[in-house]
Design a protein around this ligand. Sequence first.
Ligand code: ASP
Length: 352
Amino acid sequence: MKKLCFFFLVLLNLPLFAQDFSDKITLVLHGGAGTITRANMSPEQEKAYKTVLNSALEKGYAVLKNGGTSVQAVEATIHVMEDSPLFNAGKGAVFTNEGKNELDASVMEGKTLKAGAVAGVTTIKNPISAAIAVMEKSEHVMMAGAGAEKFAKQQGITIVDPAYFHTEARYKALIKAKEADKTELDHNSREEQKVKAAPKTGLQRDEEVIFTEGRKFGTVGCVALDKFGNLAAGTSTGGMTNKKYGRIGDAPIIGAGTYANNATCAVSATGHGEYFIRSVVAYDISALMEYKGMPLKEAANEVVKKLVKRGGEGGIISLDRDGNIAMPFNSEGMYRGYIKNDGTREVLIYKD
Ligand code: ASP
């Protein structure tokens, strides 16, 4: 009888015996993929990017170290990159064809499979926080445009004038993209030749303009594992330069640009969104692990390889519950980095 009582007491107190993941806490981030080579990057630029990436890593990791959740760590990490004009998210977002900055973001929690997203917003300073509010404070998964902004305001999230997002460099990139569109008529632009010489991508002409001009996909993302053993993933972006009004990319689409499941992995993507949506990239990695028992690295590599065959450029960061990391990409570079509890830490930019 005594034994039986003890057994029930143990059962009732199960959370006390829950596995502690303190020694596995890990944070991984990306700041976008694309034509990022040593040749087209000055030492000053490289230093500037590494400084922000490092401080984003540190901010997020401190949250995990202090016992915070993976969702809180993802938010803190992404805020640093959203607030930096160097990345295509928050301040520094690219311009649409109409000369606006329309932002997308999403988040997912691996323990509950709850998710939240905002799309096409123009006044929310940190869209990742609005995505978290949608996940935690609404009965919905995705809210778009003016409605999402109204909801964010109600939740006390910082609202700014759309002019806050304007940066000269991104505006010039839009002008260049539009000019490339015009020069197409002359059939003599170097960008145009590049398109002709490039392997068949299956892109429409409109997509080619964005693709050739904007070969840097500065979206930001983060995946984290907290001491409770919970995974989370988040992604935030301004989308693609010269994108058509109202275009929504993969970043706010759960399963395409963002996915997290404690049973498999957490994933955040960057690259040409249309391909990531059609290939359901983030979920595909999780599905290979769930249904085929593939280890994370194998699953992530397989999906990115498949993406190349389909013509999609970009990459992903991913993390499993054992703290394994995979960061494959098929572009020339991807801003990326990680910190693990064992002290391992890296910030990388180029392929080699
Ligand atoms: N994936 C983003 C989009 O298509 C772009 C990026 O990764 O920079 O909207």
